[in-house]
Ligand binder design. Structure first.
Ligand code: CUA
Length: 345
């Protein structure tokens, strides 16, 4: 997947604030280049010019009011300009227009979940309309992440226990073939390995792989797909219609689509970091509290909605994020239950 072309220094400018931010960057860049050349140039010139010579005695230099003023006022003027230009760009890029489309973003180890205004949920993929302001309302379900879209020049931390917001307006449609990459810009952990330190669990899942892809569509196409996506989230996908058990087929797809597979294997005996789903259904489970419980519909539902309510013995240190009705509608919980049943024939 490749993004549209940028320059050697910067990625393409694909949001309304990108040009403003790049202009500021270039002002600082060229100020630094010119200052460097002047300072180092004069330094070398004077080192050569005033080197020690036989018969020449160094004399004390006098005081120059003009020079004092120049080197005090010129940085002051430059800093004042940078402050005002920077602050006005900051305000432009922070305060979302009132008519912005609001999309909820949840960061978790290690994926991004997006929820559109109609309840349509996407994972690691986000469709947005071109030419319309989009406001992101972000939070984390575990540790600190940071939502970074280089092509839009936006980045903000995503923090557990609070909301942070950010907005952008995409200027160009990308189509489906060249989506823009979202990076996590806050180190949020390494792959959860087994206790001996090896990464046999899933070496491909960590901070560096916490990516998402943004596809910018025309506003009409965006509306159509968001509506369609919502309807699809309420029934088994087309590939499962002809399966012997369409619900179990859907549940198997959800296991990977929703990221359950990052922690729950479907192989018997592979229990890291979360318990395997194999051989689970209909069994008694020992809990950390000393009680035991039957794995039935209510237990599975509760474990999805409030994972900390009943903790299986030996898993006290594992924090599963809760999946609410929006994130995993009832129909999808039913599909997962149907799938669990097939894993303990
Ligand atoms: Cu999430 Cu790094």
């Amino acid at each position: 997947m490749t993004a549209p072309k940028g320059t050697t220094q910067l990625p393409p400018q694909l949001s309304t604030v990108a040009a403003e931010i790049d202009d500021l960057y270039m002002v600082i860049y060229w100020t630094s280049v010119i200052s460097f050349l002047l300072i180092v140039g004069f330094m070398v010139y004077y080192v050569v010019k005033y080197r020690r010579k036989p018969g020449v005695k160094p004399l004390p230099t006098g005081h120059s009011v003009v020079m004092e003023l120049v080197w005090t006022l010129s940085p002051l003027i430059l800093l004042a300009y940078l402050f005002f230009a920077g602050f006005s760009t900051f305000v432009d890029s922070t305060v979302a227009p009132r008519d912005a489309i609001e999309i909820r973003v949840t960061g978790m180890q290690w994926s991004w979940v997006f929820e559109h205004p109609n309840g349509y949920v996407q994972q690691n993929e986000l469709i947005i309309p071109a030419g319309k302001p989009v406001k992101l309302i972000m939070s984390s379900s575990d540790v600190i992440h940071s939502f970074f879209v280089p092509a839009f020049r936006i980045k903000r931390d995503v923090i557990p226990g609070m909301y942070t917001t950010m907005w952008f307006e995409a200027t160009e449609e990308t189509g489906d073939n060249r989506p823009l990459t979202v990076f996590c810009a806050e180190y949020c952990g390494a792959a959860r390995g087994s206790t001996d330190g090896s990464l046999e669990n899933d070496p491909n899942s960590n901070h560096a792989t916490m990516l998402a892809y943004i596809t910018v569509l025309s506003p009409e196409e965006y509306e159509r797909r968001v509506h369609e996506g919502f309807l699809e989230s309420q029934a088994p996908p087309p590939g499962c219609e002809d399966a012997e058990d369409p619900m179990a087929c859907w549940g198997e797809k959800l296991h990977s689509e929703k990221g359950c597979n990052a922690c729950h294997s479907t192989q018997p005996g592979v229990n890291a970091p979360g318990p395997s789903w194999a051989g689970l259904w209909g069994e008694q489970r020992e809990l950390e509290s000393g009680e035991s419980t039957l794995v039935d519909e209510n237990y599975v539902l509760e474990s999805i909605r409030q994972p900390q309510a009943k903790i299986v013995r030996g898993y006290a240190g594992v924090n599963m994020p809760p999946y609410g009705e929006r994130n995993l509608p009832q129909a999808q919980v039913d599909a997962i239950i149907a799938y669990l049943k097939t894993l303990n024939p």
